[in-house]
Ligand binder design. Structure first.
Ligand code: BGC
Length: 738
């Protein structure tokens, strides 16, 4: 369809060009400035044409202006690969045979790399896949903050720290958009749980909003994001897909966002607010028409017929409609009708190589008594135990579910790595999730099991006794109440009695390595009893290879936790039901959820309250050792420069992430013990060192003063803390603001 529009437009340019060189309508001239093209196109459009653009015409597309040769917009999930084509009106895949994509690692895996260049590479690759598949808007990345470890979508986000997410989101967005595809940053805002996600009002004070929940979105906007998706929940008692304060006051007025605001699928709930409160395109609304298959059910959308009626009888102004149309036209001129024509590329060897690199660099080594990298005697025996060594994970989990061209499972990756050297066997150990399909995409695996739970455990333990090394590969999966859209987890413990199985294995195994695959923190009560622990993620197409690379030492691990792993859920900041999952108050229509903990989430909570955690934020080991020395802080320009030298003092090449935290010891408001304000990942050969330099400006010292509605840095003493996790601080430098 889109190709036909483009062809029509091209032919009209060609025909005009034959007669008179400049006789091309301005909006079709790719060399003309975008704003001039927008105004020209707008001036040619009827009221009905402008209105049509503001709502969906199918599950994942919204209209262009066929009469003018302006193509429709095609939207696609996002954010870990390009979703398979779906039927016009349904979530189910359409059954195409040419839409199997490269599955990239989950965004939490990207966050664990702490590597901005890899984030750009990720964006460039996924953007190229989107462009090849003729998608104009990629529905991602997701950057909601890890407020609770239970959030079912933690795996789709970038961790618990606003600074980390701010640094990583920008190159991803720019990488995607370098392909002429808009990145649609989601879900705006304070959407931090799946429980009652479409019926919960988040009650958040302004300081918390500005310090914790908005910075990554602001960074994305400042970094040039072309699209933002409103979230399902309410804030200030108003649904976020048409929330005046979030969309009109903050996003568009305060931040000057000139792109398009898209509703989450079905997130638009009100005829009037949809018009006036900053929404530009309404997608996915579950109208009765859709359910009852009316002839054109999309006409029942809030921004469809109801909006047109309001425009016609004067209840809605054309100026507001023009603003929406301008933003939509701008998006089209930035993407499919952009100056540079991109064609993209799909499932290329480069994309799979990037996927493998990101997957490997995000693996976090949490414990190692020297057992890794794995050495096994020639013809030795390696036993893998656990369902996740075998189960494919790119299918499932909600809208980020993919149809991957291939997925290397850990069992195959590890077998390949040890081919000709050791025997690799697998015991399932427990039954977790036997589902193999989502939206009619099937992995083709058979996960049925005839053995009883007791038998499975006994078989695994018996086999473990015979092995030179046991690698337990378990964790969570993408089924309901785990890492999954639509539901939250119920606890932070491992499901399916895995703790007991790991304990039993630890009693008989000569060496036991635990690989936990999850998208969110799990408690590890057996941590002292095993030889090594690797935190792994949903790693995409090349996961099995990436994991084998790290286990064997082909890749030296350099991932760092993007969130805290606590000992117990109860240690965290959310203590009451009113904080999580929210309460139903008398006379209220929606669940009310009070962010009483304020800015104290993640390590901000644990560090400030001095609560011990299992593994701190920013933590991760390497097969080599690093030393940090010579740290200094000096005034420079309007701020300060913090420097230090990092040296690889071990025997292997590797990477360290040096982290800069700022601590404000005396302030008129309660502040976190420390906050991340800088980091750099450095790759060093043995013996090599590098001098690092971090700039600290007033903003890095500030808190948000809600009354003044501005950032405030109070004079006094501050500490610049340099370290390798929020707990491992190697240098404490004092400086003051006059
Ligand atoms: C999700 C979005 C997704 C959209 C389209 C919604 O349910 O919350 O993240 O992009 O569906 O699939």
């Amino acid at each position: 369809m889109k190709k036909i529009y483009l062809l029509a437009a091209a032919l009209s340019i060609f025909a005009c060009g034959q007669q008179q060189e400049k006789n091309v309508p301005l909006y079709l001239d790719p060399d003309a400035p975008i704003e001039a093209r927008v105004e020209d196109a707008l001036s040619r459009m009827t009221l009905e044409e402008k209105n049509a653009m503001t709502h969906a015409q199918s599950k994942f597309s919204s209209p262009g202006v066929p009469r003018l040769g302006i193509p429709e917009l095609w939207h696609s999930d996002g954010p870990h690969g390009i979703r398979p084509e779906v039927l016009w009106d349904e979530w189910n895949q359409a059954g195409w045979t040419n839409d199997s994509c490269t599955a990239f690692p989950a965004l939490v895996n990207l966050a664990a790399t702490w590597d901005c260049e890899l984030s750009r590479l990720y964006g460039e690759c996924i953007g190229a896949e989107a462009r090849y598949r003729e998608k104009d808007i990629l529905l991602g990345p997701g950057i909601n903050m890890g407020r609770t470890p239970l959030n079912g979508r933690t795996f789709e986000y970038m961790g618990e720290d606003p600074y980390l997410a701010s640094r990583l989101v920008v190159p991803y967005v720019q990488g995607v958009q370098s392909n002429g595809v808009a990145a649609c940053v989601k879900h705006f805002a304070v959407n931090n749980q799946e429980t009652n996600r479409t019926a919960t009002n988040s009650v958040v004070d302004d300081r918390t909003l500005y310090e914790i929940y908005l910075p990554a979105f602001k960074a994305a906007v400042d970094g040039g994001a072309w699209a933002i998706m409103g979230s399902y929940n309410l804030y200030n008692g108003q649904f976020n897909c048409h929330n005046k304060k979030l969309l009109c006051d903050i996003l568009k007025d305060e931040w000057g966002f000139d792109g398009v605001v898209i509703s989450d699928w079905g997130g638009c709930r009100d005829d009037d607010e949809a018009v006036t409160n900053g929404l530009d395109i309404e997608m996915g609304t579950w109208t009765n028409g859709l359910r009852g298959a009316a002839s054109d059910s999309y006409q029942n959308y809030h921004l469809a017929r109801p909006y047109l009626e309001r425009l016609r009888d004067g209840r809605a102004s054309e100026e507001v409609l023009n603003d929406k149309a301008r933003r939509i036209l701008r998006t089209i001129f930035r993407t499919s009708m952009g100056k540079e024509q991109h064609f993209g590329s799909f499932t290329s060897p480069e994309h799979f190589a990037a996927s493998r690199k990101i997957a490997a660099e995000g693996l976090v080594l949490l414990k190692n008594d020297g057992v890794l990298p794995l050495q096994v005697p020639q013809d030795g025996k390696i036993l893998l135990v656990g369902e996740n060594a075998y189960k494919m994970m790119t299918v499932g989990g909600g809208s980020s579910s993919l149809k991957a061209k291939y997925e290397v499972i850990p069992l195959d990756g590890i077998k390949e790595a040890f081919a000709g050297k050791a025997e690799v066997k697998w015991e399932r150990g427990y039954v977790g999730d036997t589902q193999t399909s989502y939206n009619k995409v099937n992995t083709g695996q058979d996960l049925s099991e005839s053995r009883s739970a007791i038998q499975l455990g006994q078989d695994a333990v018996a086999a473990a006794k015979e092995a030179d090394c046991v690698i337990f590969i378990g964790g969570l999966n993408k089924s309901k109440y785990q890492d999954n859209e639509g539901t939250d987890r119920l606890d932070i413990g491992l499901p399916y009695c895995q703790d007991e199985l790991i304990e039993a294995l630890s009693e008989v195994a000569k060496r036991l390595v635990v690989v936990n695959i999850s998208g969110s923190p799990v408690s590890m009560p057996w941590a002292d009893k095993v030889n090594a622990i690797v935190q792994a993620w949903y790693g995409g197409s090349e996961f099995g290879h990436a994991l084998a690379d790290v286990l064997t030492g082909v890749v030296n691990p350099s991932g760092k936790l993007p969130f805290t792993i606590p000992y117990a859920l109860a240690d965290g900041p959310l203590k009451t039901e009113r904080q999580y999952p929210g309460i139903m108050e008398e006379g209220k229509q929606w669940w009310q959820e009070y962010y009483d903990e304020g800015v104290f989430i993640g390590y901000r909570w644990y560090d400030t309250k001095q609560i011990p955690v299992q593994f701190p934020f920013g933590y991760g080991l390497s097969y080599t050792d690093f030393e940090l020395s010579g740290a200094t802080v000096k005034p420079s320009g309007k701020g300060w420069t913090v420097t230090a030298v990092v040296k690889n003092v071990g025997k292997l090449a590797g990477a360290e992430v040096v982290q800069l935290y700022i601590s404000d010891t005396e302030a008129s408001v309660e502040r976190p013990a420390k906050e991340l304000k800088g980091f750099e990942k450095v790759f060093l050969n043995p013996g090599e060192s590098r001098k690092l330099s971090f700039s600290v400006d007033r903003q890095a010292l500030s808190f948000f003063d809600a009354e003044k509605h501005e950032w405030v840095a109070e004079p006094g003493e501050f500490h610049a803390l340099l370290g390798t996790s929020s707990e491992d601080i190697k240098a404490d430098l004092v400086f003051s603001l006059k």
